[in-house]
Design a protein around this ligand. Structure first.
Ligand code: PBE
Length: 268
């Protein structure tokens, strides 16, 4: 048509996020496996990606981004995942809690609490939306904690409060992980007496910190696929406490008005 192929319309660009994110690696693999030879993956950040998405939607222009769920953008905008028949973005993805070796012995209270922590994408979505609407992350987390005392009590049940012990999380400034990490920080401080530091770093250092013991834990490990290369590298140096959330997803995402349904269509 007059507007040209979808590739021409978006300048053969996929709007990505920070280079250490697993979704960037998966997207490079998708470009390869679907034969999208003309296409470029643009590096940036989660915040830059959502700003670019917002601009495109306001002008009703086509755009393709690297997206994931849970994310507030799916409630704010009408978006769709492109089908991925080759399953390059995996299936049945989960978010895991990964802790440093020795945590169980040194910090049994934190270990027990983190072992109990499990929530849903709806839960996380509530905090993400509050932050996106302008609330500061700790305040949004605190409000959620107070409104969901039943869940919070389940996670803290039987955990002996401590007297100002230090605890360190690493996380990346992805909107989903800003929500989860701030929630755990607030609960551990307000309900369990910890002094918590949440170190915001790139994805590589997030894993390295837990592996070398500089950091106690991360609740931002996307497995089995998204962080597979980090997992393969560090699995012997960390302890996986299992999924804190199931049914998460990553992929290529477009506004619903973009007339393309599958990654395979990008080849045209
Ligand atoms: N994400 C959000 C991350 C994990 C959490 C999907 C952007 C990633 O791609 O590594």
């Amino acid at each position: 048509g007059a507007a040209g192929s979808i590739g021409e319309q978006v300048n053969h660009e996929i709007i990505g996020i920070d280079p250490g994110a697993g979704i960037m690696k998966a997207t490079a693999a998708a470009i390869e496996e679907y034969g999208l030879t003309d296409w470029k993956l643009i590096e940036g950040s989660g915040a830059a990606m959502t700003a670019t998405l917002d601009k495109a939607i306001k002008k009703k222009e086509p755009i393709i981004i690297t997206g994931w769920t849970p994310h507030w953008m799916f409630s704010k905008y009408d978006l769709k995942y492109l089908e991925d028949p080759k399953k390059v973005y995996g299936e049945a993805e989960e978010i895991h809690t990964v802790v440093r070796k020795g945590l169980k012995e040194d910090q049994p209270e934190a270990y027990q609490f983190l072992s109990n922590f499990k929530w849903t994408s709806d839960d996380m979505g509530q905090i993400m939306t509050a932050i996106q609407e302008g609330q500061n992350p700790e305040a949004a987390a605190k409000e959620w904690m107070e409104a969901n005392s039943e869940k919070v009590n389940e996670w803290t049940q039987g955990v002996q409060p401590v007297d100002g012990k230090s605890f360190k999380f690493s996380y990346v400034a992805w909107d989903s992980e800003i929500a989860s990490t701030n929630l755990l920080k607030v609960i551990m401080e307000e309900k369990l007496g910890f002094k918590v530091e949440a170190l915001q770093v790139e994805a590589g250092p997030m894993w390295t910190g837990v592996a070398n013991g500089d950091v106690d834990a991360t609740v931002a490990a996307w497995l089995p696929l998204t962080h597979a290369d980090y997992w393969d590298k560090f699995k012997d140096q960390v302890e996986d406490l299992g999924a804190n959330m199931e049914g998460v997803k990553t992929g290529l995402v477009v506004p619903s008005y973009v007339d393309v349904n599958s990654i395979e269509d990008l080849k045209k």
